[in-house]
Design a protein around this ligand. Sequence first.
Ligand code: HC1
Ligand code: SF4
Length: 568
Amino acid sequence: MVNLKIDNRNICIEEGTTIMKAAAHAGIMIPHLCYLEGINEISACKVCVVEMQGKEKLITSCNNAVEEGMVIYTNSPKVRAVRSINVELVLSQHDCHCATCVRSGNCNLQKMANDLGLTEISYPKVVEDAPWNQDYPLIRDFKKCIKCMRCVQVCDKVQDLHIWDVQNTGSRTTVDVSGHRNIEDTDCSMCGQCISHCPTGALRERNDIPKVFDVLADPEKITIVQVAPAVRTAWGESLGLAEDVATEKRMAAALKQVGFDYVFDTNFAADLTIMEEANELLKRMPEIKESGLPMFTSCCPAWVRFMNSQYPQAAGRLSTAKSPQQMFGAVAKTYFAQKLNISPDKICCISVMPCVAKKGEAAIPAMDVTGTGPDVDIVLTTRELVRLITAEHIKPELLDEVEFDSPLSENTGAGVLFGTTGGVMEAALRTAVFALTGSNPDPVGFSEVRGGKGRKDADYYVDGTMVRTCTVSGLKNARLLMDDILEKRAEYDFVEVMACPGGCVGGGGQPIWEDVKMAPQRSAKLYELDEERSLRYSHENPTIQQLYAEFLGEPLSEKSHHLLHINE
Ligand code: HC1
Ligand code: SF4
């Protein structure tokens, strides 16, 4: 252990700890811009400088370790002066139009400038710009990039896709798409993790809120909104709602207040996905055992993009089941349109997703089962939902809870679980066991697949057959897994992959928090909801049973294949 003083406080901490962490341990938060624990510890921004007694030059606290007897000042006049210069230099190259920035109020740079009391910038302004494809789901604003390198490092180290790179040198150093390519020509998975880790508004999702306003104002359109499992765990965070206020039913109330005609639940479609995917797994099992190659889940569009671009030779191993978002769209524009006795093009189907890649998934040309246009017309992220609620001046805390609309909402605990890593696996196994044995397994009998670890192996006996499962989140983990499988170092039967660490709860469209990983507590919320549901098996969902009875026939029927599966 090492003893030192930080801001006149005696601290005793483990050897090797950085000064920044030691200070945080004592509740002293040293400002920083580029630092990202374990991912970006390069001291590029020099905002985290501190004064060390006996040393003329300031030192960076993010990458210098504590030493016995050190005396550190984190906010002395000298520190404030140098920190101000460093922040001013960053601001001199930054578009400071905060009023029109999506990160206003949630921007580390803005906060830092305010905290330092900066009202003017004493250096000449040189702000670089470059064109960007504004139709792409991921938008980059060059004028707001502060060259912190977080996007480069997250994409390299967490997602292993190397989409961003440093270009030019010296004062002209900038970050851009690697290899001087356009973003649409890269293998970007659209996971949005670079957005989640950007400290400013240099990266964001495409703003699709104006499309929602347009359609809400169109008297000819019936608007249907569906809300993904993970959104309910996070929508209240940046609205400052207490957990007992940010309930599912109050979220439904807020959406009703926005003006959508029908507020439905993607969880319903998650139950439908399980009906198709669990039965597909059982059907494919003899071939899986013979080939030694697994079936992979296909509900995460960033993972599907990754598979198609990085391992096209294995893309046939993906489940053909569409994601819940897309199954919902297909059912809404057929079954539900028939119930309303209207043509599908009268319906505008809007999704709220914790994800940026869902915007890309909805635009895949094959996702048009009626031939009248996309099954899902508009996709908003959780962050856009929050902006929509505030744009409508809605105070959810003042609204009474309301029920989701019928019929495309009823769901079970299994559907709820989709939003966290391992959730699809658990849900599918609950139904696969029932399909084979005729009786329900213990709903928490597959809990080895829970938890935030990037890769989890678990074997289960299902009616005498061993099902070897693997659950992965994060695309770097997915690449290591794929290499193990294809090079025959590992053999599995069923594999779940989610591109974002922790699954959709940690999705690239969720609210952004500096220095806090929210995925674990959002996951815990989903496990709670699963426990509270009176039904916990997708096959017991009465509305799903009715949908099959009235419309689809049975899982994997011809109609199910046409509407709910990707048919090559
Ligand atoms: Fe997900 Fe899914 S779980 S992919 O993370 O299969 O986005 O929440 O909606 O479609 O249900 C996301 C979440 C979501 C789909 C479902
Ligand atoms: Fe990389 Fe994901 Fe960002 Fe694309 S969206 S650049 S894959 S981190």
